[in-house]
Design a protein around this ligand. Structure first.
Ligand SMILES: [Zn+2]
Length: 117
């Protein structure tokens, strides 16, 4: 199984701390690259960006899966903690009181005109 150009042990690759990738010289003049994250995901194929060659990286996934995610894309949402100051809601209370005191003064009483009888 393998259309790999070569199999390279991780120890033979060069760690690029700035880019977070291991790289290895490709015969085309560029170089194969595989990120540490790929290694953590059990990816063992380093690709060359300039040609279609790939190499298989020999490594122990256990050495990488417990690596802390330094390049974790944390969602930095600055929570704006605006304090909603309770505006006085005494008006509501006053309104309810008004309802309580509401008395029907002049209810239209049904006029039963005793006409005839
Ligand atoms: Zn190449």
């Amino acid at each position: 199984m393998g259309a790999y150009y070569d199999e390279i042990e991780i120890e033979d690759m060069v760690w690029d701390a700035e880019k977070g990738v291991f790289h290895y010289p490709c015969p085309c003049g560029d170089r194969f690259e595989i990120s540490r994250r790929q290694l953590a995901d059990y990816e063992d194929i380093a690709t060359c960006p300039s040609c279609s060659l790939v190499i298989r990286v020999i490594f122990d996934p256990l050495d990488f899966e417990d690596e802390p995610d330094e390049d974790d894309e944390g969602e930095l949402e600055a929570e704006s903690s605006e304090e909603d100051k309770d505006s006085d809601s005494d008006d509501d209370q006053a309104f309810e009181d008004a309802l309580e005191n509401l008395t029907i003064s002049d209810a239209p009483s049904p006029v039963t005109a005793a006409a005839g009888g």
